[in-house]
Design a protein around this ligand. Structure first.
Ligand code: C2E
Ligand code: CA
Ligand code: CA
Length: 632
């Protein structure tokens, strides 16, 4: 701390004797023999000569004889960064400035230096001086004649105060700059993603806001937003651990930045630099400014798909994660960054739905779909408990005599807000949200109750009842429990219940699905393979799985005049079913021609609008011997 101590002081007095006294007392010069006043004083006070300067450093004194001169010297010293901590100032210095004027002049540029007025008498009262000099805490009076010890003590304490003040100021400065640095850091943290160092959502939105507000009113495409989400990221995170998840995110962000630098210098010389940002999780965004048209945004997206799809090496683990990219552009006329982000997100979602590892450009209809989906998502949970579900039944007809052999249970949702929602609209969503489990249980139990009722009315003649079971249900541990419970609670013949399951549903987890099918068969119900021929049909399924029937997908009958190829497939499926000894039901029969064709091929049963649309149980005419008169 010693280096902080300022020992410079200035004496401004027109009397050379005073200067000599100051030098003696404060300047570190040993008192001379011819200084009787001092010597006698020392003797008087201490009984021996004062020896303050033996142990303490002397002051560095500057001597001035006139007010103007003193004032300039103080100014120069300040400019030199060697300020005085105190100025001892005489009050009367004719013919130049007097003490008060000197103070006023000094105070014009220096509020710091402590001014000590040394005076025997003054032309001004203390009151006058105080009111005119300003900075009273830096103003003192030392009455002449003064004791040397009084002067030295005063000088020392002023020096100490000065040192304290400066130390405090230094500390404050340090604190201030620490606070500044911390604030800068916090601001930076608030705008960048910790993990990757990329700009974060806040910074991206900020940039988009600026772009939107400066460009509004022009109609051509000016900037595009690419929303990127990575497939299977969660799987990687869960299987390899978060450490690898983080590494993958960093690797992705490096690739993004590198690719954008390249594409920027190659393709868009005059454009502003694109910004890559991380929104959180595995979601990234690219802001492409100054693009001439959508095609150039698509070109960047296409390159990104290629580059980001390449495998990542993470400490010896090779990882693949394909990006799905949604694109939207400012020509839509966005009012806010959030809206633009939302639409890019919607387009990304569409890219994911339609196959992943691709990009999709946003259009208005996607927004409407997304809104609809959101409404469904909101309304669906609890639909079964609220009694909004309805079971319709569609007859399955024997093609030899037109009698009703069975019925397929087809679910409808009558939502108070959305009206009648067809199953294709809400079942995929219910599968995603797992609402399919309570919904599926409701369908199963409702169909079983209906079957029990028909059996009590018609005994043997009651139709079999089929129930569609989704891919989620078939591998869910609760499904068999639900089935067993229904069989315990509801009195029906197990063999009259048929579970319909599609091949695609079986593909996701073939072993688990196969186990469930065997368990179902052991309980009694039968199993039909639904939509046969539409997906990835594999003959090995037919050989391996415990199936009782096939439902030929309606696409084979879809065109009014069945193509030769379809006809060939229908014919061979009939043969196949016969050879495998399983039932065959053709779906989608809409005309008498269809009926005739199926009869000609020897197909035993069918279902379709030609016979009956799906309807409530009371309306389909169960119990009537013949549902429809068939052309012979
Ligand atoms: P799916 O299992 O293939 O059911 C047959 C679909 O074809 C039904 O559509 C039915 O109304 C329709 N259909 C019947 N005859 C004809 C016809 O002659 N021409 C045409 N064009 N269509 C016909 P729906 O009721 O809209 O059901 C659609 C799909 O929803 C079903 O296809 C099934 O996959 C699913 N689904 C229906 N109910 C349930 C359910 O309770 N649980 C599950 N998991 N899925 C269900
Ligand atoms: Ca079905
Ligand atoms: Ca079907």
């Amino acid at each position: 701390m010693n280096m902080d101590v300022n020992n410079r002081l200035i004496v401004i007095d027109d009397n050379p004797d005073i200067h000599r006294d100051f030098r003696k007392i404060l300047g570190g010069i040993a008192p001379a023999a011819n200084t009787p006043t001092l010597d006698s004083l020392e003797d008087h006070i201490f009984g021996e000569p004062i020896s303050t300067f033996a142990s303490k450093a002397a002051f560095d004194l500057t001597h001035c004889y006139r007010g103007e001169e003193g004032c300039n010297t103080i100014r120069d010293a300040n400019a030199d960064n060697k300020p005085f901590f105190a100025a001892f100032l005489d009050m009367r210095m004719p013919p130049g400035w007097d003490g008060l004027q000197t103070i006023r002049e000094i105070r014009k540029f220096d509020e710091e230096v402590t001014i000590v007025i040394c005076t025997a008498y003054s032309d001004y009262s203390w009151h006058e001086i105080a009111s005119q000099a300003g900075a009273l805490d830096r103003l003192m009076i030392l009455k002449k004649p003064f004791d040397p010890i009084e002067l030295e003590q005063l000088a020392r304490s002023l020096q100490e105060r000065d040192a304290l003040v400066r130390r405090a100021r230094l500390r404050t400065d340090e604190l201030e700059s620490a606070v500044e640095e911390r604030t800068r850091q916090l601001r930076k943290n608030a705008l960048t993603d910790r993990l990757t160092g990329l700009p974060n959502r806040a910074m991206l939105c900020d940039r988009m806001f600026t772009l939107l507000s400066t460009r509004s009113g022009q109609s051509r495409v000016e900037f595009a937003l690419l929303f990127i989400d990575f497939d299977r990221f969660k799987v990687i995170n869960d299987s390899l651990g978060h450490k690898y998840g983080d590494k993958l995110l960093c690797a992705i962000s490096e690739r993004l930045t590198r690719e954008l630098r390249v594409s920027d210098s190659v393709a868009r010389v005059e454009a502003c630099s694109p910004i890559a940002a991380r929104l959180g999780g595995d979601e990234f965004c690219i802001l492409l400014d100054n693009i001439p048209d959508i095609a150039s945004a698509e070109a960047v997206a296409s390159r990104l798909v290629t580059i980001l799809t390449k495998p990542y090496q993470l400490d010896g683990h090779e990882v693949i994660s394909t990006p799905s990219i949604g694109i939207t552009t400012s020509h839509i006329g966005y009012a806010s960054a959030e809206d633009m982000l939302r639409d890019a997100d919607i387009a990304m979602y569409r890219a994911k739905q339609t196959g992943r590892g691709r990009y999709v450009v946003f259009d208005r209809s996607m927004y409407e779909d997304a809104m609809k989906r959101q409404q469904l998502e909101y309304a669906l949970p609890g639909a079964a408990q609220r009694g909004e579900l309805i079971a319709h039944y569609q007859p399955i007809v024997a093609l030899d005599d037109g009698s009703m052999r069975g019925v397929e249970t087809l679910l409808r949702w009558n939502s108070p807000n959305l009206g009648m929602v067809p199953p294709n609209d809400f079942i995929p969503l219910a599968e995603e949200t797992r609402d399919i489990m309570p919904i599926g249980e409701w369908v199963l139990r409702t169909a079983c109750v209906q079957l029990a009722q028909w059996e009590s009315e018609l005994q043997e003649a009651a139709p079999f009842v089929t129930v569609n079971v989704s891919r989620i249900q078939i591998t869910h541990e609760a499904f068999l429990r639900q089935l067993r419970q229904a069989m315990t609670d509801i009195p029906f013949t197990p063999e009259k219940l048929v579970i319909e399951v599609t091949e695609t549903a079986l593909m996701q987890n073939p072993q688990a699905a196969e186990r469930t099918l065997h368990a179902i068969r052991e309980l009694g119900p039968r199993i039909y393979l639904d939509d046969f021929g539409s997906g990835f049909s594999s003959l090995s399924n037919l050989q391996r799985l415990p199936l009782n029937g096939l439902k030929l997908d309606r696409s084979f009958l879809e065109c009014l005049t069945v193509s030769r190829r379809s006809a060939a497939i229908i014919r061979s499926t009939v043969t196949l079913a016969r050879d495998l000894d399983v039932a065959l039901i053709a779906e989608g029969v809409e005309s008498l021609e269809h009926v005739a064709l199926l009869q000609a091929f020897g197909c035993e049963a069918a279902q379709g609008y030609y016979f009956c649309r799906p309807k409530p149980a009371s309306e389909i005419g169960v119990g009537r011997a013949i549902l429809h008169r068939l052309a012979a």
